[in-house]
Design a protein around this ligand. Structure first.
Ligand SMILES: [Mg+2]
Length: 221
């Protein structure tokens, strides 16, 4: 069928691949503290740099142990990348069963993730899907990336520029409120994918489409 969008950009975790379990990532966070010499961080400080981390969270956690925030953040992101890649190599970060729907879309495709860029690179290679995407962005392992991640449009703006598409002619597909907000901030339409892990999720933003499966994309994209 004829595409209504010139390009489609995807979030990765929870959209293309299964997310890594939160408890696995929390262990990696504890490991990150250990890597910078902190063997007994409080659970409050571990939580602070576990998920949904703000620049203030990082500052607080680093300040509590007199650490350089950049050093702590690099350790956290390196530990996250390593554990996710190891998990994937054990078969625990597979592509979703409806992934083939991505390949059936006409037009260029991209990935914009809040995961580490190094993790996205490994995912593309492990699953042999590098050729399915014309551009891909994850975060650099620096504190500044916490100001650029979704809901900010920074990486989505860059992907759209790479794809040479006007934001108004692109669709962004995600499974988080921050994806819907990033799409709005970039000026693209958004599709929210209701995966099983989103049962009961309170979505306070309004996407242009709500999907149950990537197969639903053929009707909108
Ligand atoms: Mg996601």
């Amino acid at each position: 069928m004829t595409s209504s969008y010139d390009a489609v950009v995807f979030d990765n975790d929870g959209v293309l691949t299964y997310p890594t379990p939160r408890d696995v990532l929390r262990e990696a966070t504890v490991d990150a503290f250990e890597r910078v010499g902190v063997t007994d961080p409080t659970s409050e400080h571990v939580d602070a740099i576990h998920l949904h981390v703000t620049p203030d969270d990082l500052q607080t956690a680093a300040g509590a142990y007199d650490l350089d925030p950049a050093e702590l953040w690099r350790a956290r992101d390196e530990a996250f990348a390593e554990v996710q890649i190891a998990d994937m190599e054990q078969g625990r970060k597979p592509l979703y069963e409806d992934y083939d729907a991505v390949r059936s879309l006409d037009g260029p495709r991209g990935i914009v993730s809040t995961n580490q860029h190094a993790t996205i690179e490994a995912i593309l290679d492990h699953h042999g899907i590098r050729g399915d995407f014309h551009t891909h962005y994850g975060r650099e392992m620096v504190p500044a990336s916490l100001h650029r991640k979704k809901p900010e449009s920074h990486y989505l703006d860059r992907a759209l520029a790479d794809l040479d598409v006007d934001p108004g002619d692109a669709l962004f597909v995600g499974d988080s409120e921050s994806d819907v907000l990033a799409a709005r901030n970039a000026g693209t339409d958004s599709a929210f994918l209701w995966r099983d892990h989103r049962d009961g999720y309170e979505l306070d933003a309004t996407p242009d489409y709500e999907l149950d499966s990537l197969h639903d994309l053929v009707d909108v994209a």
